[in-house]
Design a protein around this ligand. Structure first.
Ligand code: PGA
Length: 229
């Protein structure tokens, strides 16, 4: 089972180090895998029980891409895991499917483990277009890639405190599992009070946690619940 923390634009290098030091004091059971995605400025070669990944990277080794980081910057810290297609990148920074696919293919060719996010907006859900929307987000993505993890994160559940209902998550995970054998995560307002229920959903291989993961004690509490599941 995968338990992943997406820091988004939170934490500094110093607080990320303190977070990881504290996290290292937890006992992991063999079936739990942790990921932490700090902001780019806090990437480092940490001694960590969690796999450290980047939240975003441009599809080039280096070059004239102001404000971006690329393969060279990730290699400096031995980073081989990348989050791609997050709804905040899609909707706030207007990343198109074509652009995300370019990044996906570049980092796939480098053998990166890729946590690839999909999820519908409230508008699409209400139109009954959830599946067509998710299909579009899978366009160009190699669903047979052996280092792929997919996170289903309905946009309306992210950072709102309102997680999707168990049956809705189950339906979408079923749909995804017909297309890929990649591990499937759920993300969107996962917290201490709902993590057990979410992890018990068939086909749910873990969770991608934003806001509730930023406090290391909360994150550890959720890992403990996951271990009992
Ligand atoms: P949230 O974010 O847990 O704050 O809803 C999840 C995510 O964006 O990955």
């Amino acid at each position: 089972m995968i338990i992943a923390a997406n820091f988004k634009m939170n934490h500094t290098r110093a607080s990320t180090k303190a977070y990881i030091d504290r996290l290292n004091c937890t006992e992991l059971s063999h079936d739990v895998r942790l990921f932490v995605f700090p902001p780019a400025t806090a990437l480092d070669r940490y001694e960590s029980i969690a796999t450290i990944g980047a939240q975003n990277a441009y599809c080039a080794r280096n070059g004239s891409y102001t404000g971006e980081i690329g393969l060279e910057q990730l290699e400096e810290f031995g980073i081989k895991t990348l989050l791609l297609g997050h709804s905040e990148r899609r909707h706030i920074f207007n990343e198109s499917q074509e652009f995300i696919t370019k990044k996906f293919n570049f980092y796939k060719d480098q053998g990166f483990e890729i946590v690839y996010c999909v999820g519908e907006t409230l508008e699409k859900r209400e139109e009954g277009a959830t599946y067509t929307y998710i299909e579009e987000q899978l366009e160009g993505i190699d669903l047979g890639y052996e280092r792929l993890i997919i996170a289903y994160e309905p946009v309306w559940a992210i950072g709102t405190g309102k997680s999707a209902k168990g049956e809705d998550i189950q339906e979408v995970l079923e749909f995804l599992s017909q297309k890929t054998s990649a591990p499937l995560l759920y993300g969107g307002s996962v917290k201490r009070s709902n993590i057990a229920e979410i992890l018990s959903i068939p086909k749910c291989g873990g969770v991608l946690i934003g806001s509730a993961s930023w406090d290391v004690e909360e994150f550890i509490a959720m890992i403990e619940i996951a271990k009992e599941n």
